[in-house]
Design a protein around this ligand. Structure first.
Ligand SMILES: [Zn+2]
Length: 589
């Protein structure tokens, strides 16, 4: 049995939801004031028999236990699974991670956490830590910032941390694996971080995954990070996410800066939605992690980092997020730390003035060109058209194509033709898909609905049908794992890319779907239509049942201004939709 099923089996949705919002028993269901929108009379219901929930009020949506926790905590599927697994006492292990390895990782988290505590204590309470404290004060950081980010200090010694952790019962092998010590050619291990200001890096679940470390003088390298370890992948981690999460969700916006100090200074000044990519340019993995929290991303870039190639990557991220990325252009030679420290208002203005990445690129490219000359016109098209070609949103694409046509005074039709050629050559590149691995064992969700699985399997195996799947909505998939895969499927064309975007706990199930054989009685398109039809019908029927159940519970005490009472009016809607589904079907047959 997979870990997802185990969690579903061990955890009751009523228990979990009631941890967030008080539930009242109402017939065979439980009702509550919706935890996702504000209301005076309950229109939020939990169905213990089906182990799912629905809000009939402003949200008008529902799902299973995973989607509830994801929405409530603003986290992704993997994180929700982690949280619920912990509650259920289930250890998460994927196919690539046998139980022993899961335990090993747990030890690495613990070792890092113990190290963070050790460094923090040295900073606050040792004579050597005093110089670091005054360094921080000198840079304008308060004690509150120091403690809330658990900043630390590593002694100028070779074996201080190593000895401390060995005493605590960790083995040298574990310290090596955690990246805390480093092995010399002679085979001896010593501390990796010495005489540095330490920044513990925590993941979204609050586990210490690694460290950033800064020198206090002019020696080099200025910054040192934990190496890649089983629990630390720098390209997928975001510094400050553990403290910024709530603010990001609340403000529905995230600002990504480069450095640790930038994050510290921002938070100290109340800009709590700021996190750092830790010195590298933002990666797709990082952006994907933010997807559940917000779709509004602003990148603080210094002018020379914002080249055309970087912009092209940003448009790729926009497709991933299905949103617009903005660019905050920093004054030359200044980083957010400097700006905020000097004048918080100035930073606020920079954030407010952030430009959509494509507008920004248009400005940068054309600023260097003389658009009255043929040569520069062609150069503008060469640089901007590939960026426009990358957009998946057709409305935005048309908008920028028009803008470019106006700019270079070339007919839009000519540009469209050129755009078509770019897309065609990219399409050819994407055809080379890797063959899916075959998997013998079947892994499928416990509360499985074969029609959900078949429909997904078909879409994964026949990407050419994607354009025919417009009638499908994520909500037709009751199981969060299927919903996750469907959403990823809508966003990525390439199978390997798609898998990459999924949480690793879903990989095994994903492989099963890709290898699943679908009985072909008629053409694929017809089979897909049939699946869509069934999913739609079952969704509407279940909604109608739930709604009737909910309506039967409208009592005198629920005054007429309750959102639930209003359900009585459009109650026709679902039955009309259902009727339409049935008539469509009989027409086709
Ligand atoms: Zn609601």
């Amino acid at each position: 049995m997979g870990v997802i099923d185990e969690v579903k089996q061990k955890i009751d949705i009523v228990e979990v939801v009631s941890g967030y919002v008080p539930l009242t028993k109402a017939g065979r269901t439980f009702k509550a004031l919706c935890p996702f929108h504000s209301e005076k009379h309950p229109s939020f219901f939990v169905y213990p028999e089906q182990q799912n929930w629905h809000c009939f009020g402003a949200c008008n949506t529902g799902g299973d236990i995973f989607s509830f926790v994801m929405k409530k905590e603003g986290i992704d599927f993997g994180e929700a699974l982690g949280l619920l697994a912990q509650k259920a006492g289930v250890t998460i292990k994927s196919r690539f991670e046998p139980e022993a390895e899961g335990k090993e990782k747990e030890r690495l988290y613990q070792a890092n956490q113990a190290a963070a505590k050790y460094f923090h204590n040295l900073l606050l309470n040792s004579p050597a830590g005093e110089k670091v404290q005054s360094y921080l004060t000198g840079r304008g950081f308060s004690l509150k910032t120091t403690t809330s980010f658990q900043l630390g200090f590593s002694l100028n010694e070779w074996e201080a941390l190593k000895k401390y952790l060995l005493d605590k019962g960790y083995t040298e092998g574990e310290l090596l694996a955690a990246g805390l010590v480093i092995e010399t050619e002679a085979g001896e291990a010593h501390d990796r971080f010495r005489n540095r200001l330490m920044f513990p890096i925590l993941d979204g679940r609050g586990r210490t995954i690694g460290f950033g470390a800064r020198v206090l003088d002019d020696s080099l390298p200025k910054y040192l990070n934990s190496p890649q370890t089983p629990i630390f992948d720098k390209s997928g981690s975001l510094y400050g996410i553990n403290v910024a999460r709530a603010a990001i969700r609340q403000q529905d916006m995230v600002v990504i800066v480069e450095g640790y100090m930038d994050v510290l200074q921002a938070h100290q000044n109340g800009f709590n939605n700021v996190i750092a990519s830790m010195g590298t340019s933002v990666t797709e993995k990082q952006v994907t992690r933010l997807k559940r929290l917000t779709k509004n991303v602003a990148l603080a870039l210094d002018a020379d980092a914002a080249g055309e190639e970087a912009m092209l990557r940003c448009v790729g991220y926009e497709n991933t997020l299905n949103a617009e990325i903005k660019v905050i252009v920093l004054p030359e030679g200044k980083d957010p730390d400097d700006i905020i420290k000097k004048d918080a208002q100035a930073w606020q203005h920079l954030v407010e003035g952030a430009l959509p990445v494509v507008d920004y690129t248009f400005n940068v490219v054309t600023a260097k060109l003389d658009l009255t000359t043929a040569k520069d016109k062609s150069s503008a098209v060469d640089k901007l058209l590939p960026i426009i070609a990358e957009m998946k949103d057709t409305v935005r694409q048309a908008h920028y194509l028009q803008a470019l046509a106006r700019l270079v005074e070339i007919s839009q039709r000519d540009l469209e033709a050129a755009l078509g050629r770019i897309k065609a050559s990219r399409g050819r590149r994407r055809l080379k898909e890797p063959k899916p691995e075959t998997v013998g064992k079947t892994v499928r969700p416990l509360f499985s609905r074969p029609v959900e699985e078949d429909c997904l399997a078909l879409l994964l195996q026949h990407p050419e049908l994607k354009s025919r799947s417009k009638g499908l909505a994520p909500e037709y998939f009751e199981n969060s794992e299927n919903r996750e895969i469907f959403i990823a499927c809508q966003q990525a064309d390439d199978l390997s890319l798609l898998k990459e975007r999924l949480d690793p706990t879903l990989h095994e199930y994903f492989d099963t779907l890709v290898a699943k054989s679908i009985p072909a009685t008629t053409g694929w398109e017809e089979i897909l239509n049939d699946y869509i039809h069934r999913l739609q019908k079952e969704f509407l029927q279940s909604l109608a049942t739930k709604r009737a159940q909910a309506l039967s519970l409208v009592t005198e005490s629920d005054s007429s201004d309750s959102e639930l009472a209003k359900l009585q009016e459009p109650a026709k809607e679902i039955s009309t939709q259902l009727k339409e589904v049935f008539t469509q079907k009989s027409k086709r047959r």
